[in-house]
Every structure is written in C-alpha cells, then in structure tokens.
Design a protein around this ligand. Structure first.
Ligand SMILES: NC(=O)c1ccc[n+]([C@@H]2O[C@H](COP(=O)([O-])OP(=O)(O)OC[C@H]3O[C@@H](n4cnc5c(N)ncnc54)[C@H](OP(=O)(O)O)[C@@H]3O)[C@@H](O)[C@H]2O)c1
Length: 296
C-alpha cells in the first residue's frame, strides 16, 4: 500500500508553464520583447522528432516564438556549426537548443561549445557549467535537474541542512543536481557505479535523487523513513503479459512504503524538463535585453 505523497510533476509543470506564459506577457507589455527559442534537429530519430514537436508546441502555447530547423542525417559538422553561428547572431533568437543525439559524423562537444553561452538554454556549455559551479548567479542551468530542484523547493520550502544523495554523476543530471543542492545548502553526496555499499549511502539521505538509467535499481529498503525521493530515470521494460511500460530508477511500490513523498514515472520529473526549457528561454531573453526576470 502506498504511504508516500505523490509529487505530481505533470501538475507542477503546468504551473511552471502558466507562470512562464505570464512572464512572457509581461515582457511583451512592458518591454516589447517576445522571447524566441530555436530548436535544431539533425536526422530522423523518431524519439527526437517527438521531443522537438512537443518543445515547439509548448513554446508557442507560452506565447513565445518557436523556430524549428530540420537538417538531413547527412549534415556535415561545418554546416551545423554554420547554422549555430547564424542563430547566435540572430537577435530574434534568445535560446538555442541542438537536439541530441547527433549523427556520428558530428562532434557533439564542438557543436555545444559553439553555442553562445547566453543563448545556451540547455545549460550544457562549459561557461554555464562554470557559472553554476561558482554560483555566479547568471548560469543557464540544465533543465532536468532544475526541474527537480523546483519540485524539492516547493515541497520543503527551505532545503538548508538536508542530507541529499544524488545517485549518478552525469554532466546532464547528476553533476548539475549536486551543484544546485549544494547552492541550496544541502549536504550532498554523489554516488556512482564505484560507490561502496550504495544502500547504506542512500539510507542516510533526507532527499534521494536517482539518475542512474537502471530500471528500479533503488529498492524501498534503501530509503530512510520519511525521505523524499525524486526519480529521474525513464526506462522502458517488458511487461510479463506482453508489451512494454515505463519505470524509473527507483522501485516505486516499495520506496513509497518508506518515503514521505515520491515522484512517479511517468508523470514526475519528465514533464518538468520542457517547462524548465521554456523558463530558461525567458531568463535568457531577459539577460540579453538587460531587464529583470519576472517571477516564474
Ligand atoms: N527528462 C527527463 O526526465 C530525463 C532527462 C535526462 C535523463 N533522464 C533519465 O535519467 C536517467 C539517468 O540519465 P543520465 O543521462 O544521467 O545517465 P548516464 O549518463 O548514463 O549516467 C548514469 C549514472 O549512473 C551511474 N550508475 C550506473 N550504474 C550504477 C550502479 N549500479 N550503481 C550506482 N551508480 C550507477 C553511472 O556511474 P558511473 O559514472 O560510475 O558510470 C553514471 O554516473 C536515465 O534513465 C535517463 O533516461 C530523464
């Protein structure tokens, strides 16, 4: 039986999108600014096509300008870099997102490095990584960990002094999550594949963020009673009766027995990612125009 409160990421993301929409309206009314997000998709990857379509739709719904650039699978690195430079120079474009993964002939890190850091709404550029790491305040922060932080702040109010364990140390989730929790004055441990006695490490946590990419790896008896669990994992597994279903990196049913609150999969962290992309685009537009960022 589920004991934990369910953190409804779908509803929370809808709230973020609504606040973003209001901020966009305020920018239009007060400053004549319409934030613009450019998304570049190279190739025909079906999952990427769905993501890009959803990003474009939600960008328009928030009242922003959405620009989509579809380039063929055979695009050269030179052509893609030329597109990035063009978007860097376009004043209508406040945010640039190059959808990953890229075809194998293209060096992903070279492309990410070419994006103007002030338009890097994915927050992957080393300049933004450095800004986040040093707490300089003007970092554009990777969308998924930002979404996790916003949900945790909403749940706890103040995160100060909490013991947080982040399982996973990727550049996209684990490391920025570490920095964000540290900035909110948590005591943070980052665990990974070489961590000894992971269950014991996780049992110390008031906050568990799982970003491992292994279906249901984190078990319920690893969770300290009353801890809050944020499950970033999205894994598709086979159902015994046939077909597939999505599960997280946490064994939801057993974790919900011990946790005080937990995000489900799907419907937890997932919907927050695009909402935070829209939020980052507004932040980027405000920074570029030198106007205060409205509350979002
Ligand atoms: N929008 C979203 O909701 C969203 C966005 C991004 C990612 N995700 C999901 O989040 C999950 C993680 O993504 P990612 O990009 O961070 O993955 P990743 O780059 O593959 O990193 C996985 C991390 O987990 C660690 N790990 C692997 N096996 C482990 C084990 N047995 N014990 C402890 N740590 C282990 C790895 O440690 P080492 O470094 O030691 O190898 C690595 O740091 C995936 O399921 C992904 O689909 C969701």
């Amino acid at each position: 039986m589920t004991k934990a409160a369910i953190i409804d990421g779908k509803a929370f993301a809808a709230g973020v999108r609504e606040r973003v929409g209001k901020a966009v309206q305020e920018l239009k009314d007060k400053h004549g600014i319409t934030p613009g997000l450019a998304v570049v998709l190279v190739g025909e990857d079906p999952a990427s096509q769905v993501y890009v379509r959803n990003k474009g739709k939600q960008t328009l719904e928030a009242g922003m300008e959405s620009l989509e650039f579809k380039m063929p699978e055979t695009t050269t690195q030179e052509d893609l870099l030329a597109k990035v430079h063009e978007l860097n120079a376009d004043p209508k474009v406040n945010g640039i997102l190059v959808q990953l993964p890229l075809p194998k002939q293209i060096d992903e890190s070279a492309v990410l490095a070419a994006i103007n850091p002030d338009k890097d709404v994915d927050g992957f550029h080393v300049v933004n990584v450095g800004r986040l790491n040093t707490g300089s305040g003007d970092a554009l922060v990777p969308c998924t960990p930002l979404g996790c932080l916003l949900m945790l702040r909403d749940h706890f109010g103040d995160l100060s002094g909490k013991n947080a364990v982040v399982v996973g140390r990727s550049n996209i989730v684990g490391k920025p999550m570490f920095n964000l929790l540290l900035q909110d004055s948590c005591t943070v441990t980052v665990a990974h594949s070489r961590t000894k006695d992971l269950p014991a490490v996780v049992r110390e946590a008031d906050i568990v963020v799982a970003a491992v990419g292994r279906p249901e790896m984190v078990k319920g008896d690893w969770i300290k009673p009353g801890a809050v669990v944020i499950d970033v994992g999205i894994n598709r597994i086979e159902k015994p009766e046939g077909g597939t279903r999505l599960v997280g990196d946490v064994e939801f049913a057993s974790a919900a027995e011990n946790a005080s609150a937990i995000t489900p999969v799907p419907g937890g962290v997932g919907p927050m990612t695009i909402a935070c992309l829209l939020r980052n685009t507004v932040t980027a537009a405000c920074n570029q125009h030198g106007v205060d960022t409205p509350e979002m």
